[in-house]
Write a protein that binds this ligand. Structure first.
Ligand SMILES: [Fe+2]
Ligand SMILES: [Fe+2]
Length: 185
C-alpha cells in the first residue's frame, strides 16, 4: 500500500502553517469567503441579541394564569440565546472579525423581530414566530457553509437544534393555554 495522502501532503501543510501565523485559526486551507461568513455570523448574533431582549421582556411581563411555567421557559430561553450570542461572538473573533454589539441597527441586522405582546398568549405566539424565523434562516446558513467552514457550520447546527427545541416549547405552551381556555369556557 502506497502512502496515500488524504488531501494535501503533510509537508505542504506544515509549510503553509508557518505562513501568516498572525491569522491564528484561519489557515491557508480555509475555503469559505471569510468576510461573508463574518457578516452572516454577525446577522445571527443580532438575531440572538434581539431574542435575549424579547425573552427577558416576556419573562418580566408574564402575568396571569400559567404565567409561572411560561416565565420559567422565557428565562431559560433568554439564557440559552445569550449562550448562542457568545458562541457566535467567539467564532467571529476566531475568524479575524469583530462581533457587532452596537445597539444601532441591531433590529435591521436581526432576522427575527422584537414584538412585546400584550397578553401571555401573544408573547408565546411572538416567540414561536421568532423561533420559526431563526430556524429557517439558520438552516439556510448551515447549507451555505456546507463543508467550506465546518466549525462555523457545527456552531450554527448546535444553535439550530436548540431553536427547534425552543419552538417546540413555545408550541407546547400555546397548546396548553388554548386547552385551558377551552376547559374554562
Ligand atoms: Fe438562539
Ligand atoms: Fe431560540
Amino acid at each position: 500500500m502506497a502512502n496515500q495522502p488524504f488531501l494535501t501532503d503533510i509537508q505542504t501543510i506544515r509549510e503553509r502553517a508557518r505562513q501568516h501565523i498572525e491569522n491564528g485559526a484561519v489557515t491557508e486551507g480555509y475555503r469559505a469567503d471569510r468576510e461573508r461568513v463574518i457578516d452572516i455570523l454577525n446577522e445571527a448574533l443580532a438575531t440572538e441579541i434581539v431574542c435575549v431582549l424579547r425573552y427577558k421582556r416576556h419573562y418580566y411581563m408574564a402575568d396571569g394564569l400559567s404565567a409561572n411555567i411560561a416565565a420559567n421557559e422565557f428565562l431559560e430561553h433568554a439564557q440559552q440565546e445569550q449562550q448562542h450570542a457568545d458562541w457566535l461572538a467567539e467564532r467571529i473573533v476566531q475568524l479575524g472579525g469583530a462581533p457587532n454589539f452596537s445597539p444601532e441597527g441591531i433590529l435591521t441586522r436581526s432576522h427575527s423581530e422584537y414584538v412585546e405582546g400584550d397578553t401571555l398568549k401573544e408573547m408565546i405566539k411572538e416567540d414561536l414566530v421568532a423561533e420559526r424565523i431563526a430556524i429557517d434562516s439558520y438552516r439556510e446558513i448551515v447549507a451555505y457553509l456546507g463543508d467550506q467552514d465546518p466549525t462555523s457550520r457545527r456552531i450554527m447546527e448546535d444553535i439550530l437544534a436548540q431553536e427547534e427545541e425552543h419552538a417546540d416549547d413555545m408550541a407546547g405552551l400555546l397548546e396548553g393555554l388554548q386547552r385551558q381556555h377551552q376547559s374554562n369556557a
